[in-house]
Design a protein around this ligand. Sequence first.
Ligand code: SF4
Length: 62
Amino acid sequence: MKAVVDKDLCIGCELCTSICPEVFSMDDDGLAVAIDEELDENLIESAKEAEESCPTEAITVE
Ligand code: SF4
C-alpha cells in the first residue's frame, strides 16, 4: 500500500502530518506530501486515519 496526496485538493491544513508524521510532511510549497514508498504494516492504520480525516479528501491510501 502507498499513500498519495493530490496537491490540487490539499489546502495545507497540516492535519495529516499531525495524525501520521511518519508518512506525511509539508513540502516547501506549504502542501502535504506522502513518502514515496510502500507503507510499513504498522503505518497503514494511521495513514488511513489521515485519509479519512482529510477535509478535502486529498489523500488516497491504496
Ligand atoms: S489533511 Fe488533507 S488538506 Fe490537510 S494538509 Fe493533509 S492532505 Fe492537505
